[in-house]
Ligand binder design. Structure first.
Ligand code: SF4
Length: 339
C-alpha cells in the first residue's frame, strides 16, 4: 500500500510514471545565449512541461528520443548564469561565484562527502541513494552533519555521479536523495548530473526550504519529492540557531509552492525547550495550510553537538515528557500521516 501523499513517487518506483527530470530531458528546446531570452523561453516552456506531466506521465514516454538540447539543459544554463550574481537562496549574497564565495562558501565547483545506499531514512525512501554534498546555506549551531558541512571532500564530476546513480538504482535504490548540508547551492551541479542519468530514478531534494523563488522556478520541474525540513516556528529561533533572517515567511512560501509542484515529506526535528515556540506553530501551520494528511516526520533524535553546548537550553537530549508533549501537539492539530 503506498503511503498517502507520495502516490506519484510510488508510481515512478513501480515504473508506471516518469521521474520529472526524464520528462524535462526529452523536451527539445532551441539554444540561445542571451540570459533574458533563456528566462523568457523557460517561462513559455513551463506550461508545455506541465501539460506533458499531466498527459504523458507513463513509462512509454521514456521511449521518446533524447534531443541534443532540452528543457533540462536550458535550466542548467540559466543556473550557471544565476551564479554570476547568486540568489540561489534567500541570503541573496549577490556574489559572482565564478570569482568569489558567498555565505555558503560554495564557489562554482561542488564537492561531496559520500554516496551510498542509506537505510536510515523514512520507510518509503529506503534504500535511498543518498549523496551528501559539502557546505550549507544555514549555519546551525547544533549541526548534526558539521563534519560534512564545513569541509570539501571530493570534487563532483557530473558524469561519474550520474553513473553512480544508475548503478545504485540497479542495486536497489528507490530514489536519488540530494542532501548535505543542503542541495540548493549545488543546484547547477545537480541538474548537470541528472542530464547524464539514464534510468527512471525519482529525485528527492532534502532541503532546508530557504531557497529563493528564482531557484524554485528552475528546480521544481526536476524534484519529485521535497524531503523538507521545517525547523523553527518563528524568526527569532531561526536567527539565533541558524543565522537566517525572515525564516517563517520564506519557508512557508516555499512549502506552499512545493505542495503545488511535487510531493512532500516534511521533517521536524523536535528540540529541547522549543515545543511551544517551534513545534506547536510548525505543526499548527502544516495541519492548517498543507493538510492534516501530509506526510510528516516528527523527529526525536536531536542530540547536542557542534556548538550546541554554548546554548544551555539546547545542550541536552529530549526528555520523555517532551517527546510525549510533541506527540500530543500533533494529535491536537489532527496530523495523521506520521512516520
Ligand atoms: S547559495 Fe545562498 S548563501 Fe550561497 S552564495 Fe548563493 S545566495 Fe549566498
Amino acid at each position: 500500500m503506498p503511503m498517502k501523499g507520495l502516490e506519484r513517487y510510488d508510481r515512478i518506483n513501480k515504473g508506471e510514471a516518469v521521474a520529472k527530470f526524464q520528462i524535462a530531458r526529452r523536451m527539445e528546446v532551441e539554444k540561445t545565449d542571451s540570459f533574458e531570452e533563456m528566462l523568457e523561453l523557460h517561462r513559455e516552456l513551463k506550461g508545455k512541461f506541465r501539460r506533458l506531466l499531466a498527459e504523458k506521465d507513463s513509462a512509454d514516454f521514456l521511449d521518446t528520443a533524447l534531443p541534443e538540447y532540452s528543457y533540462l539543459h536550458i535550466k542548467i544554463d540559466i543556473l550557471k548564469e544565476m551564479l554570476k550574481e547568486c540568489c540561489f537562496c534567500e541570503r541573496r549574497c549577490g556574489v559572482n561565484r565564478y570569482k568569489k564565495k558567498g555565505f555558503c562558501k560554495t564557489g562554482v565547483k561542488s564537492y561531496y562527502s559520500s554516496e551510498f545506499l542509506h537505510m536510515g531514512e523514512e520507510p518509503e525512501l529506503i534504500p535511498s541513494h543518498t549523496i551528501f554534498f559539502n557546505r550549507c546555506t544555514f549555519a546551525c549551531v547544533f549541526c548534526q552533519n558539521y563534519d560534512i558541512v564545513y569541509d570539501e571532500d571530493y570534487e563532483v564530476v557530473p558524469e561519474n555521479l550520474a553513473k553512480a546513480i544508475d548503478i545504485r538504482f540497479v542495486q536497489g535504490s528507490r530514489n536519488v536523495n540530494f542532501v548535505g548540508g543542503n542541495p540548493d547551492q549545488h543546484a547547477h551541479t545537480i541538474l548537470e548530473i541528472l542530464s547524464h542519468v539514464e534510468l527512471n530514478v525519482p529525485v528527492v531534494w532534502n532541503s532546508n526550504m530557504y531557497h529563493s523563488s528564482e531557484l524554485a522556478e528552475i528546480v521544481e520541474d526536476v524534484v519529485d519529492v521535497w524531503l523538507a525540513d521545517f525547523k523553527y516556528g518563528n524568526d527569532e529561533c531561526a536567527k539565533k540557531y541558524s543565522k537566517v533572517k525572515n525564516y517563517w515567511k520564506v519557508v512557508t512560501r516555499n512549502f506552499l509552492r512545493a505542495k503545488d509542484n511535487g510531493e512532500l515529506l516534511i521533517r521536524h526535528l523536535v528540540m529541547p525547550n522549543h515545543l511551544e515556540c517551534c513545534t506547536e506553530p510548525v505543526v499548527k501551520w502544516v495541519a492548517e495550510e498543507l493538510g492534516r494528511d501530509v506526510r510528516f516526520n516528527l523527529m526525536f533524535q536531536y542530540h547536542p553537538t557542534f556548538r550546541a553546548f554554548e546554548y544551555p537550553e539546547i545542550a541536552r537530549r529530549l526528555t520523555q515528557e517532551e517527546m510525549k508533549k510533541a506527540l500530543e501537539i500533533t494529535r491536537k492539530y489532527g496530523l495523521v500521516n506520521l512516520v
